[in-house]
Design a protein around this ligand. Structure first.
Ligand SMILES: C[S@@+](CC[C@H](N)C(=O)[O-])C[C@H]1O[C@@H](n2cnc3c(N)ncnc32)[C@H](O)[C@@H]1O
Length: 282
């Protein structure tokens, strides 16, 4: 073994950047070591880490496992609830008034809690504002494991969970099931079909040169808590591509520590990380 731990980490960072655009900062050594162990478990590979990285880099095998191992997927239902409240009370009433389908994109959907929260918000707005509008939600992520989990739509539910705002009654959107396990029992909740049928899950890499959508296809884009994993330069590239698929007048929701970077003069900030597209970028 003619290499150091740092050599391994540097190589992992380089491969990860090449495959996903994710930039891991220098203080991520513990995380990289833990995920390296996980990579061995996920691939079942027995041997030297540098040989395993050779295989990943050649693209022959284990690329998906590598990407799935190194993404961070933390999420929960109605995260940053004020975005869903804004969607319900500002954006959706206009669509309900005009009886128009709303087209939304969730660009880093992880295990699905975010797009299902968007779908619940549409159904709540229909109730509150006497509407019957449909929504089409495209939800994508680079990690195939989380997409599979999301499409399955089964989640653990804890009574102490503060995930749902007071204007959502989870029992209307989920079926409950008690499951026994080794330490006792846990409550599982399964998303109902009304929510599921609004959402299309698909694999997509935000670092791809082009996105498979039409110009100005979406009325709303959620791009939350994913830009933080990219360099400022790459954040700008992603935001410009996303912006191209957002209608003028459409809404972009970003995560709590993200901002529209170079696009700031093309949009208007109307709330906590809520931006309305004002004009095209020429
Ligand atoms: C921390 S989660 C955020 C989930 C959700 N948007 C939220 O705010 O709760 C970040 C997600 O971004 C995804 N991701 C990372 N790099 C990506 C890329 N290049 N393209 C698409 N998704 C990516 C990860 O797989 C992960 O599921």
């Amino acid at each position: 073994m003619n290499y150091t731990k740092q050599d391994v980490h540097n190589r992992i960072k380089k491969i990860l950047y090449g495959l996903t655009g994710i930039t891991l900062s220098d203080n991520k050594d513990v995380m990289i070591s833990n995920r390296t162990d996980k990579l061995f478990r996920n691939t079942g590979y027995v041997g030297d880490i540098m040989d395993l990285l050779d295989i990943v880099e050649s693209g022959r095998q284990y690329v998906t496992e590598f990407i799935n191992t190194f993404t961070t997927n933390k999420t929960h239902f109605f995260r940053e609830t004020f975005h869903f409240k804004d969607l319900k009370d500002r954006v959706l009433p206009e669509f309900i008034k005009n009886n128009k389908t709303i087209h939304m994109y969730c660009s880093a959907s992880s295990t699905g809690e975010e797009p299902y929260s968007m779908a619940m918000t549409v159904l709540e707005a229909n109730k509150e504002y006497n509407g019957r509008i449909n929504a089409s939600i495209i939800a994508s992520d680079i990690d195939t494991n989380v997409l599979e989990y999301a499409a399955n739509g089964i989640y653990k539910y804890s009574k102490s969970s503060k995930e749902f705002p007071e204007w959502i009654k989870p029992q209307q959107y989920f079926k409950r099931r008690i499951q026994k396990n080794l330490v006792g029992e846990e409550v599982l909740i399964k998303v109902n079909d009304d929510l599921k049928k609004m959402i299309t899950f698909q694999v997509m890499n935000l670092s791809d040169n082009n996105y498979p959508f039409k110009k100005e296809e979406f009325d709303v884009i959620f791009c939350r808590n994913v830009l933080i994993y990219f360099s400022t330069e790459d954040q700008n590239k992603i935001l410009k591509k996303l912006f191209n698929h957002l209608k003028v007048g459409g809404t972009l929701y970003l995560g709590h520590s993200e901002n529209p970077q170079d696009l700031i003069s093309y949009c208007k900030r109307i709330g906590q990380n809520i931006f309305i597209k004002e004009k095209e970028i020429f």
